[in-house]
Design a binder for this molecule. Structure first.
Ligand SMILES: Nc1ncnc2c1ncn2[C@@H]1O[C@H](COP(=O)(O)OP(=O)(O)O)[C@@H](O)[C@H]1O
Ligand SMILES: [Mg+2]
Length: 142
């Protein structure tokens, strides 16, 4: 899905991804974690990528398999100079912020990768594995 960089779209993306994710055998706790990770990534695109301007486009791509959910959040905003540094806990280019967004994404998802180029934009890829027991039980049903 693709939507403009409006602050209210953080909640929209969170709910849309959660309803998509609910097709898999995630626990309610997993879904809450996915919602936090998506909120953080989309908020970053709006706040940092597009500097809170409303004219940017954000694309969220979701891929679903029996084992995992892959989420990509992409913007064509200003990009990140130093991705390694951006991923460090409490690092933020905005002194008003806590610099914990990527920490949450890393803690709540099983895989996080950030592709970014200054002036071009940022793509955050996250994967959440379905709990093993649940996936096995589901495949036995078929
Ligand atoms: N989509 C993005 N576009 C540009 N810069 C970003 C983006 N996402 C994150 N960043 C950079 O990475 C830093 C760390 O992000 P994060 O951990 O979410 O902390 P915070 O949002 O509190 O600053 C941000 O301060 C910003 O400089
Ligand atoms: Mg953030």
């Amino acid at each position: 899905m693709e939507f403009p960089s409006l602050p209210e779209n953080v909640a929209f993306a969170r709910v849309a991804v959660a309803s998509f994710a609910s097709q898999l055998d995630f626990t309610i706790h997993d879904i809450e974690e996915i919602k936090v990770a998506v909120s953080e990534a989309v908020a970053n695109a709006i706040v940092h990528g597009y500097g809170n301007s409303r004219g940017g486009l954000i694309r969220v791509c979701l891929k679903l398999t029996d084992e995992a959910l892959e989420i990509q959040v992409e913007d064509h905003g200003k990009g990140i100079e130093d991705v390694k540094k951006a991923l460090e806990p409490t690092y933020s280019t905005d002194p008003e912020r806590m610099g914990l967004g990527f920490v949450f994404m890393q803690a709540f998802m099983d895989y996080l990768h950030v592709d970014s180029a200054p002036g071009k934009g940022t793509r955050v890829t996250m994967v959440k594995n379905v709990p093993r027991g649940a996936a096995a039980a589901a495949s036995e049903k078929h």
